[in-house]
Design a protein. Structure first.
Length: 389
């Protein structure tokens, strides 16, 4: 098989890039290790920045998001029971959209099935060849048969543990990493959310987050130990812990029910740079990870994909390599700012094993500063709703 752009990974990055390239008439093939149901079964992001919403519209898959997405003009922070509303609209004139990653992925998959290029699901032993030159190739196995795709470029959209970044020689890529000494235990439940807006709560027992997917489906998280096991958390234990970390008035309103998904996510900050090696371009979690506290991971992935798509369109449309040559530096400038914001939100809201009395007072004074300063709130709102590319 021959194509212009071979895309590794059919998560949101790979599917969105494929969709944009299809619409621009640029030939592409997506190769995914898992099956579509597995990809859809991963419950992840819930908050879309305006730039992501705009990209979804531009990709022609915005109809369901427009109907079912929940625009949010603010969120709430709580610190040991004291609360502070961050009014995005009043502070920076912007908002976010609560619409789950699962829904975005489903909308992209359906569009692909209707009118998209080929997606090879269930490919194993995916390998990249000759990516340092102008004629790269992908090989893989599918149902015991060998497959090969010759292409002009490879887009590595295969997440943190994918094969793309690992195919770059170690002396041509540099990584920066922080692994946090805790995780998030998340529960999805078909009950109305406890509040109209997201609540991020700092408590001496640890962080908690009240989020949602719709008016009738809630997503809750509590900070847990990095090595805890999900089997040790019954629904009752989870809800008890969540209640203890919330303002009592909010905790009283919590409507519980049987969890329909429960999982533990580790927290990590990671950046690999540059995001290009020869004819391979990395996008999304393949190149960077943020802890979920700032709700930035999917949004960063989407802004990478927008820039990469524009660069390919420039290359195939205008014959210019400027976009491809500038891609890595352009996206990394934004990525590092989101890394900083996500690290900062994480530092403010979590209990670290070495959090002593002094550090808790510093966290408290950070919260008090936010509560008393419109400028500090505007900075939070500007970052949360999304910095420009
Ligand atoms: P993905 O989603 O990991 O998709 C990569 C795809 O590549 C496939 N793959 C391979 N395919 C072929 N060959 C191989 N060798 C392969 N290896 C892997 C995988 O099967 C997969 O299908 O990366 P992508 O597309 O870059 O998307 C990134 C987002 O998924 C991620 O950034 C977000 O989910 C992060 N995130 C959040 N982001 C937000 O913007 N807002 C949020 O509110 C938010 N909340 C979250 C989150 C992530 C979380 N977890 C579990 C890490 C909350 C959580 C709990
Ligand atoms: C979610 O709804 O899953 C969610 C929302 C906000 C975050 C992280 C996750 O910061």
């Amino acid at each position: 098989m021959r194509t212009q752009v071979a895309i590794i990974g059919a998560g949101p990055s790979g599917l969105m890039l494929g969709r944009l390239l299809d619409r621009a008439g640029i030939d592409n093939v997506i190769v995914e290790r898992q099956g579509p149901d597995y990809v859809l079964g991963r419950i992840r992001a819930g908050v879309l920045e305006q730039g992501t919403v705009d990209l979804i519209e531009e990709a022609g898959i915005g109809a369901r998001m427009r109907q079912e997405g929940l625009p949010h003009t603010g969120c709430e922070l709580s610190f040991d029971g004291d609360t502070l509303r961050i009014d995005f609209d009043a502070l920076v004139g912007r908002s976010v959209m609560v619409y789950g990653q699962t829904a975005v992925t489903r909308d992209l998959m359906e569009a692909h099935r209707r009118e998209g290029g080929p997606v090879v699901y269930g490919a194993s032993d995916v390998r990249l060849h000759d990516i340092d030159g102008p004629a790269p190739r992908i090989t893989y196995a599918l149902d015991g048969e060998a497959g090969e795709i010759a292409c002009d470029f490879v887009a590595g959209c295969d997440g943190f543990r994918g094969v793309s970044r690992a195919s770059i020689p170690a002396d041509r890529i540099r990584s920066y990493e922080r692994v946090y000494p805790f995780g998030w235990l998340g529960v999805l439940v078909d009950r109305p959310p406890v509040s109209d807006e997201l609540i991020y709560a700092h408590h001496e027992r640890g962080f908690a987050l009240c989020s949602m997917r719709s008016q009738v489906r809630s997503r809750y998280y509590v900070q847990c130990g990095a090595d805890e096991r999900v089997e040790d958390w019954s629904d009752d234990r989870f809800y008890d812990e969540l209640r203890r970390r919330l303002d009592p008035a909010v905790a009283d309103r919590l409507v519980t029910g049987p969890s329909i998904e429960k999982s533990i996510a580790p927290l990590r900050s990671f950046v690999a740079e540059p995001m290009r090696f020869g004819s391979l371009f990395l996008a999304g979690d393949a190149a960077h990870i943020v802890p979920p506290t700032g709700a930035k991971g999917l949004n960063l992935a989407m802004s990478d994909v927008r820039c990469l798509y524009e660069a390919f369109a420039d290359h195939y449309g205008a014959g210019s390599s400027a976009g491809l040559d500038g891609y890595s530096a352009r996206v990394l400038a934004r990525i590092w700012k989101a890394e900083r914001f996500s690290w900062w939100m994480t530092s403010l809201l979590h209990i670290f094993p070495d959090t002593d009395r002094f550090s808790r007072r510093i966290q408290r004074s950070e919260f008090d500063y936010l509560a008393g300063s419109r400028l500090a709130q505007a900075s939070l709102a500007e970052n949360y709703t999304g910095l420009p590319i």
